[in-house]
Design a protein around this ligand. Sequence first.
Ligand code: ADP
Ligand code: MG
Length: 363
Amino acid sequence: LQVALRIRPMSAAELAAPPRPIAHRVDEQVVVLRDPMQDPNDVLHASRSREKSYIFDVAFDSTATQETVYRATTQGLIPVVVSGYNSTVFAYGPTGEGCGLGEWASPMAMGGPSPERVPSSASGCGKTYTMLGTDGEPGICARTLGELFQATPPTSGDVEYEVSMSYLEIYNEMIRDLLNPSLGCLQLREDAGGTVQVAGITEVSAINADEVMQLLARGNRQRTQDPPAANRTSSRSHAVLQVTVRRRHRGRGLRHGRLFMVDLAPPQRAAQTPPRGQRMKEGAHINRSLLALGNCIKALSHRASTKYINYRDSKLTRLLKDSLGGNSHTVMIAHISPPPTAFEESRSTLAYAHRAKPPRTTV
Ligand code: ADP
Ligand code: MG
């Protein structure tokens, strides 16, 4: 298990307001979060630290490029999957409901990405940016598929490869095919070998790396989002890209390696917009699946017996059953936004990521 953390850049609106960013990357592994509510002149509580440090396997800030994040987190999974083992990459993080909207800062000023890549508003914390990215700055999904295609020429010597992908969302504990939403709600099945499959899902194979980005972007537009009235584009589903590498070795049979790349739905906080009816049910499903996932990952990182891990608690953990633990590699990339308004969300995100893998060394 590897746990990484990424902090997105400040938007112009966020930078223009007097409060400065409160989340900082201190070094390759350490992130500090400052509590904006604690007065530095408060001598009575001077002993209570205004800052808390969190240590991760790797930490990124706004200067980190898509390439850097990909190399440090996911690139190493390619040989794992090609040799027939499973892996999972998650993007975790809040909605950024507290964050300001508006024009983005000049990237020069913040040492961030080049101007044409900078969006005009920000509310999310960068999960979809990390996983999907943009045409000019592709994220982890397209980069991984591109390298997988290169690593698996259809035939090389005695080995034959076949790479295929499917793209689905889990919304309200229902599985929808993002490449063909008209299929409706799909079911999970366990095949004869005990592998969990999504019955009837569209599997696309042998497409080139350029087509992948278009396919993913199209699929992502099919995701269940907040209603437009909510004035943000926060996703309300987990988006799961599943890549299967089949390797046929003459005389040694067939091996399957599966890689899941998951853009998780943000945890739902009841306090902010008191949810009712459908929203409340959705929120409960999202939180339950994030909790189940956190418990699975935590149990695995503590090397507890996998016998007691309750994968059945959510569709997401059922789907990922053979891609968490065992010989599988798991990477979680947690995301936070830097402004003071995001303090509560950032704190709980850092805590979730931290719980997944308590550090061996303390700061
Ligand atoms: P989420 O999926 O977590 O809700 P998004 O990935 O949609 O958040 O990010 C919100 C906005 O911020 C998007 O417009 C996105 O392009 C931008 N953004 C996020 N992270 C970065 C980054 N590291 N560099 C540049 N822009 C970013
Ligand atoms: Mg998103």
